[in-house]
Design a protein around this ligand. Sequence first.
Ligand code: C2E
Ligand code: MG
Ligand code: MG
Ligand code: MG
Length: 279
Amino acid sequence: RAKKDGPGRVLVYEPYMHAEALDRLSLRGDLQRALREGEFRLQYQPLVRLADGVAAGVEALIRWHSPARGFVSPVDFIPVAEEFGMIVDIGQWALESSAVQVARWRRDFPELGLNVNVSGHQLVHPRFADNVMRALAIAGLPSSAVTLELTESVLMSEPDLGKAALHALRGLGVQLSIDDFGTGYSSLAYLRELPVDELKIDRAFIARAELTGEDLALVRTIVELAQILGLRVVAEGIENAAQLDALRRLGCGYGQGYHLCRPADPEDVPTRLGRALVH
Ligand code: C2E
Ligand code: MG
Ligand code: MG
Ligand code: MG
């Protein structure tokens, strides 16, 4: 495995990594071609307001069907794209395409928001704020409609740089979200200083929310924390009615998950907007 401390650090390969390094190099070539040939697609998963079941926004999720490899999960190719410096271009493509798409849907659903996942490598890129504004200008999407999702681990790996970049973005009017919240180690003090608008509770906690008292208590604590800090809170990975009920009882504002709506191809999204996805 390549050694890397955080975004933008130098990679160090050692001999025993050879086989894996070879595969990563061929994956690198395939990813470059994928971007050039337009092999990436986006699916969209609604963020559902739990009070009325209506989609308040959609999260863009990248998909890659490689002619050579078949479907490759973003969990597998995003880290490689980060290591080889391609994530900035891939992330920019995802931001621009999803912004264009959501601007179109907003003609019928004017309140619809867009959540986009952002890599730490994008965040610390000196032109990231410019890149975001350029994508939104091309799409004609107001910055207030956009929430950028960053993981806790990314923010912790570059606390000062990350914080400065977040303030710059916030100043442009985009909203910020901490994805997979609860899996990192951010301190309460640090969280309080971050200019964020939303916490997304990692699905590892939700998966067992209806079963064990401890996970339920953790989720309750995060929901209360969000309320104290004045943040929106989204539960990820809601897979059944019991989890949904538990989250509603805790006062969790928003949810995502297969039980509410699976990630969908763009042509299937409009029928899921504007009506309750759950009752
Ligand atoms: P994430 O941002 O935390 O996205 C949530 C993941 O959970 C998605 O996986 C989604 O399909 C999945 N999911 C949604 N509901 C459920 C559920 O009820 N149960 C379960 N088991 N899973 C559910 P996906 O699409 O494979 O994406 C994985 C990760 O890849 C994302 O995690 C995000 O970190 C990253 N990613 C996806 N698209 C992009 C992108 O455009 N840019 C960047 N930088 N990262 C991306
Ligand atoms: Mg996300
Ligand atoms: Mg997540
Ligand atoms: Mg995740």
